[in-house]
Design a protein around this ligand. Structure first.
Ligand code: CP
Length: 331
């Protein structure tokens, strides 16, 4: 199973690194953003425009017939007859998975609460390739909100699956990234993942991934100022990535040094989303995503077609479960 996953994620990342794609996608995509977003929402809409894929924003659920008593499942089933694919950012963890079970059309997860942000993770992997790095000879250092930031989960799993080693250091002292550690163990990747206590544990990494503290998911917690990264903390690092927006995790001086690279990365994420949308719309990756969702398999919990599947509660908050085999397939 793992060789299949590695091949699949390598294929996706390589395809996304390929030259920019132009036009050629006929159809309509339903785009829904339940949470604020600048980069993901606008880059997705721009990517659709450049592909010739018509985007319709599903602006407010209260304006759907849900307000007249229709349930969400029925609404999405109906919308699946109207749209050719969906892209959504949801507040609830696992909601893109649910949507993908309600409609037969592909669903691109653009961030589900603190769950996942796979297209951002693919763009991070593409950045590593663009910088000539080899995943099998690379250590990724992760600094920031390693528990609540959805890009961390997706990025760490992507790099692990591609063969990298990963060091995790939390900005929030003592916090354990249980979900990541469990996922890595389930997939047999835990040998290459370490959770360390100090910022200095990141010295010597090749790629540094930084996120801000997710204040919107953490009532009344402010990071102590000594946790802010400065120029000397990234000495020798070959690539620094940050999904933005920025918080107090980097100094002004470091930010000024990183800004050009991070803005270039925003352009890269648009290109990656364009390629992903094209692949989905043309059905290139249906075997990988079971023809339903870019990120999740479609069967209900307990009804996995993989006999060796073991159910694991990745998404306890949404009460949905993902079996290890199917979860694997999403990467
Ligand atoms: N990186 C990212 O997801 O940013 P937005 O929330 O602005 O889309």
């Amino acid at each position: 199973m793992l060789s299949v996953i590695r091949r699949d994620i390598s294929e996706i990342v390589s395809a996304c690194q390929a030259l920019d794609v132009q036009g050629g996608v006929v159809g309509t995509i339903g785009v829904e953003f339940e949470e604020p977003s600048t980069r993901t929402r606008l880059s997705t809409l721009a990517a659709c425009a450049e592909l010739g894929l018509h985007a319709v924003e599903i602006v407010e659920r209260s304006r759907l017939s849900i307000s007249k008593g229709e349930n969400l499942a029925d609404s999405y089933q109906v919308m699946g007859e109207i749209f050719d694919l969906f892209a959504c950012r949801t507040t609830a963890v696992g909601m893109p998975h649910r949507i993908s079970r309600w409609t037969s059309k592909p669903v691109l997860n653009l961030g589900d609460g603190p769950g996942e942000h796979p297209s951002q993770a693919v763009s991070a992997a593409v950045a590593a390739l663009d910088h000539g790095l080899d995943f099998r000879d690379l250590t990724l250092g992760v600094w920031g909100d390693i528990v609540k930031a959805r890009t961390i989960f997706s990025t760490v799993m992507t790099f692990l699956l591609l063969g990298a080693r990963v060091r995790l250091v939390s900005m929030v002292e003592g916090e354990i990234p249980d979900r990541l550690l469990t996922a890595a163990t389930q997939l047999g990747l835990d040998q290459r993942l370490v959770h360390l206590p100090h910022k200095s544990d990141l010295v010597g990494v090749d790629v540094m991934y930084i996120t801000r503290l997710q204040q919107e998911r953490r009532a009344q917690f402010t990071a102590p100022s000594h946790l802010t990264l400065d120029l000397e903390d990234i000495e020798g690092v070959r690539l620094v990535l940050h999904p933005l927006p920025r918080g107090a995790e980097v100094t002004e001086k470091l930010w000024a040094a990183l800004r050009p690279g991070l803005l270039a990365h925003v352009r890269r994420t648009k290109r990656v989303r364009k390629r992903l949308l094209q692949g989905l719309a043309h059905g290139h990756w249906t075997a990988w995503g079971e023809g339903v969702s870019w990120t999740h398999a479609s069967h209900p919990p307990g009804q996995c077609s993989f006999t060796s599947a073991e159910e694991i509660p990745f998404f306890a908050q949404s009460e949905s479960k993902h079996c290890a085999a199917c979860w694997s397939r999403l990467w």
